[in-house]
Design a protein around this ligand. Structure first.
Ligand code: NAP
Length: 345
């Protein structure tokens, strides 16, 4: 029988966490707050029947499902995923970083306390990311268990041959396991590719899996076809493209939302960081525009992965926990939404 939703609430409440690792049984308390919410309509057809084609119906009914909306823990700067692993809520994006620039950016981030690194097969820098991480481990800056590494496989030939593509990511990174692997975009073979990722989870080579560039329509079609609820959906989100309809839809499924292009993306950061509303709010708090935007995301429950090769920016982007935006300030930034996508996907 297909069981779509795991008992996430029970899981989250029963198992506390180690840094970026699976909860240890036998301990008490929770690291990330959780909010139990009713299941939503998109999964209703699956829940109502509880059976997949071919089921005899003789098996016991599926356990009652509870969807849990993850809540950020601002003390630990993490969120508990539905997979049972803890993910940092601010990280480093590495799109367009290559060679020594990439290695130095990753090591600078790890030295400054960043514990989430986002890469992808398509970025062509997994080898550099892996090298930077191994060097940071050798130099005593971090331990493997302290950090959370995300990568992605791409549509087309990679998703047509998902097992080889996933293994190739693991080989290029060469850091033992991958914390989170995403399908980079929808693809005709995405369900099969997702099932391949599930198999790697079974084998302990990947800890959590998810999707990138999946919106309401795509999720509604995709989710009933797979067994594992994605832990994360990573989409474009910034003040000029807020996805205010998509974010709660995803979060209400117990899936953590991660935003790419948090600062608007290269070529757009000048306008966004110079926006008068954001600049005014930044001045009021004595912080930078980038910090205001990152904080706005975090307060919306959106994980941020700003890209940077500048050590000062990398450090600045971690300093977003000593101030908070008022409801009024959140609303002022909310009013900046233009539905203005800065990339095609
Ligand atoms: P971004 O984070 O919105 O902006 C990066 C730009 O902002 C860089 O030019 C950087 O310049 C600048 N910057 C960073 N911190 C700053 C600060 N504190 N003050 C001023 N400028 C600052 O765009 P992105 O890097 O393209 O996107 C973020 C990450 O999202 C990517 O790296 C990638 O990991 C991910 N992503 C995913 C997808 C997907 O399809 N899933 C698509 C695009 C991106 P400096 O280097 O000079 O700091």
């Amino acid at each position: 029988m297909r069981k779509i939703f795991s008992l996430m609430l029970v899981y989250l409440l029963a198992f506390p966490i180690t840094a970026c690792g699976r909860n240890r049984a036998g301990e008490t308390g929770t690291a990330g707050g959780v909010e139990s919410i009713p299941a939503i309509d998109t999964m209703e057809s699956v829940r109502e029947t509880g059976t997949a084609p071919g089921d005899t119906g003789s098996e016991p009914e599926a356990e009652e499902e509870t969807i849990v909306k993850a809540v950020f823990d601002f003390e630990r700067r993490t969120v508990m995923l539905n997979s049972g692993y803890e993910m940092p809520v601010n990280g480093l994006g590495t799109y367009s970083l290559h060679g020594d620039k990439c290695i130095n950016a990753v090591k600078s981030a790890l030295s400054n306390g960043v514990r989430l690194i986002d890469t992808a097969s398509a970025y062509g820098n997994e080898e550099e990311i892996g090298q930077a991480i191994r060097e940071a481990i050798d130099e005593g800056i971090v331990q493997r268990e302290d950090i959370f590494v995300t990568t992605k496989i791409y549509p087309g030939s990679e998703m047509e041959n998902p097992v080889q593509s996933i293994q190739a990511c693991l080989d290029r990174l060469d850091i033992g396991y991958v914390d989170l692997m995403l399908l980079h975009h929808p693809d005709p073979n995405d369900v099969e590719a997702y099932k391949a990722m599930e198999q790697f989870v079974e084998e302990g080579k990947i800890r959590s899996i998810g999707l990138s560039n999946w919106y309401v329509e795509e999720l509604t079609e995709f989710l009933p076809q797979v067994d594992t609820v994605p832990a994360v959906v990573q989409n474009e989100i910034h003040p000029y493209y807020q996805e205010n309809d998509v974010i709660p839809f995803i979060q209400d499924l117990g899936i953590v939302v991660q935003g790419w292009y948090p600062l608007g993306g290269r070529g757009h950061t000048g306008e966004l960081l110079g926006d008068s509303v954001i600049s005014e709010i930044a001045e009021a708090h004595g912080v930078s525009s980038a910090q205001v935007i990152l904080r706005w995301n975090l307060q919306k429950g959106v994980v941020v992965i700003p890209g940077s090769s500048n050590p000062d920016h990398i450090r600045e982007n971690t300093e977003v926990y000593h101030f908070s935006l008022t409801e009024g300030e959140m609303a002022r930034i909310g009013a900046l939404d233009r539905g203005e996508k800065h990339d095609w996907y």
